[in-house]
Design a protein around this ligand. Sequence first.
Ligand SMILES: Nc1ncnc2c1ncn2[C@@H]1O[C@H](COP(=O)(O)OP(=O)(O)OP(=O)(O)O)[C@@H](O)[C@H]1O
Ligand SMILES: [Mg+2]
Length: 212
Amino acid sequence: MIRLNNVSKTFGTTCSLDHVTIAFNQGDAVALMGANGAGKTTLIRLILGYYHPSSGSVRIDGRDPIKERTEILKQVSFVPQLPPPIKLNVGELIAYVCRSAQVTEAAIYQYADEMRLDIAPNRGKSFFKLSGGMKQKLLIAISLAKQSAIMIYDEPTANLDPQARDDFYRLLQHNEQNKLALFVTHRIEEVKTIVNRKIYLDLGKVVSDETC
Ligand SMILES: Nc1ncnc2c1ncn2[C@@H]1O[C@H](COP(=O)(O)OP(=O)(O)OP(=O)(O)O)[C@@H](O)[C@H]1O
Ligand SMILES: [Mg+2]
């Protein structure tokens, strides 16, 4: 589903990814690990078409994520490392997602409920003013409601309390079958029951890639 072929990405003199070749396939549930600055978020941004590779190629189902970004993002759910500075209120954000991504409000409410986030009293609140964990729960609920073939989570549990982490991993376990799920994480213990592949990056290179 996703192929990176000899991809490098440099920013000035920093080489964030260094000749990386990886294929991610349907059914893969991958923990992407590595020290701070190893290149994990850069790799994800290349997959999402946020960055142009400096060299090499990235293909999602054979397509270029930059040239065909809108089409490709329709089949991708993504929760970023830091919540984006969305100015809409919660109700407007949900309405926007439903319009643009064939998602129903009922599905978002259902997953929010499973994440123990009560949307109703927060509908009029600006997304920006939700607590860090509430933002993350809402983005997770939206990502699951979208039922995408590709699910990408960049350290999704960093702002979540322990109960919410358990809720998240339980939901993922029920939703990742026959999909491709990619988790950036520093806590392998947390994800070990939901992943079947572990990839370590170090200084922009893949240093290990093992099934488990
Ligand atoms: N937009 C950018 N401009 C300049 N440098 C960047 C940019 N994005 C990433 N980098 C650099 O690329 C390197 C890898 O960063 P990246 O965010 O991919 O690391 P990471 O593995 O996600 O780390 P963390 O665990 O801290 O999130 C770092 O040296 C970073 O400073
Ligand atoms: Mg990162």
